[in-house]
Design a protein around this ligand. Structure first.
Ligand SMILES: C[S@@+](CC[C@H](N)C(=O)[O-])C[C@H]1O[C@@H](n2cnc3c(N)ncnc32)[C@H](O)[C@@H]1O
Length: 296
């Protein structure tokens, strides 16, 4: 495991201030064991891929990560370098380091996630390929044009300025490098106008995450186009995310006592969040992946 200092990655120029837009650590800095009680063994906190009937949550998450690797052009032993902005508990970076021998850098403002990743990287024997840095992707001083791939799975919703985030992603990529961003989106601008201030949306945004700005897909497409990316593909993952959340809900219910023992009331909070999320799919919300290329 390379630390922030020996990786040559600077600490944020602007320290995080609680409660301002983009401050989401209240959720991601909770005891990592809570997430181990309802996520898959990789602790991937984003959509799986359920294209094979009857597969489990763990299989759906591994299928998704292989699919992401393929979309990014990662090959086993290919020597590629990947930057994951919003790395969670390291599901993607540790998977790519192990399965594809990719040299990975993970970014997250949540310090406890980095402690968890460090211990898992040691257990998996991939410390030589894994670097992480604590801070916001927008603030960190990262080496430009150094990566073959940049990923953001479920993290751009926590970045207040989508244009800054996407332009930075492009600046990190070598020519021809790929950018994968997946996010939950309002179904269209009218749905945002109607539902952005509803009780359920406010509960998820404020009580669970602390801050987030869900946008329609058109806003993400505009941002990647304006940043100069060439869009290779847009994939609808809405049904995949609904099935993922169904599995998380079953797990939260089964582990409710253990979750509440770590944080009283957390099982009910998670259940409400996940039920609100699953009620909206296809009506108010969609989940998309955009695959883009730094074409020139
Ligand atoms: C929904 S989780 C997804 C984690 C991971 N991508 C996965 O699929 O499991 C969102 C992640 O984004 C991180 N995050 C939030 N704001 C961020 C920012 N400004 N820069 C980088 N990461 C951020 C959170 O700490 C969290 O790790």
């Amino acid at each position: 495991m390379t630390t922030t200092a020996d990786a040559g990655i600077a600490t944020p120029s602007t320290p995080s201030t609680p409660s301002r837009p983009g401050e989401t650590n209240q959720h991601y800095d909770l005891d990592p064991r809570i997430f181990g009680l309802f996520l898959d063994p990789l602790r991937k906190y984003s959509s799986g891929m359920y294209r094979t009937p009857g597969i489990t949550l763990a299989e759906a998450q591994e299928a998704k990560l292989h699919w992401v690797a393929e979309r990014l052009g990662l090959t086993p032993g290919g020597g590629q370098r990947l930057l994951d902005a919003g790395c969670g508990w390291g599901s993607l970076i540790l998977f790519m380091a192990r399965e594809y021998q990719t040299a990975v850098t993970g970014i997250s403002p949540a310090g406890r996630q980095h402690e968890y990743i460090a211990s898992r990287a040691a257990e998996l024997g991939v410390t030589d390929r894994v670097t992480t840095a604590v801070g916001r992707f927008e603030d960190l001083d990262l080496p430009a044009r150094s990566f073959d791939a940049v990923t953001m799975l479920g993290s751009i919703v926590h970045m207040p300025d989508v244009d800054v985030a996407v332009r930075r992603a492009r600046a990190m990529l070598r020519r021809g490098g790929r950018y994968y961003v997946s996010e939950t989106c309002f179904r269209n601008a009218a749905a945002r106008d109607e539902f952005d201030k509803r009780t359920g949306t406010e509960f998820v945004r404020n009580s669970i995450f602390g801050w987030g700005d869900m946008r329609p897909l058109s806003e993400l497409v505009r941002a990647v186009e304006d940043a100069g990316f060439s869009v290779d593909d847009v994939e609808d993952l809405t049904e995949d995310y609904r099935l993922t959340i169904d599995d998380w809900l079953v797990n939260v219910s089964a582990a409710a006592d253990a979750i509440d023992a770590l944080r009283p009331g957390m099982a009910a909070q998670l259940t409400r969040y996940l039920e609100v999320a699953n009620a909206g799919w296809g009506f108010t919300t969609k989940h998309y992946a955009l695959i883009c290329r730094n074409a020139r």
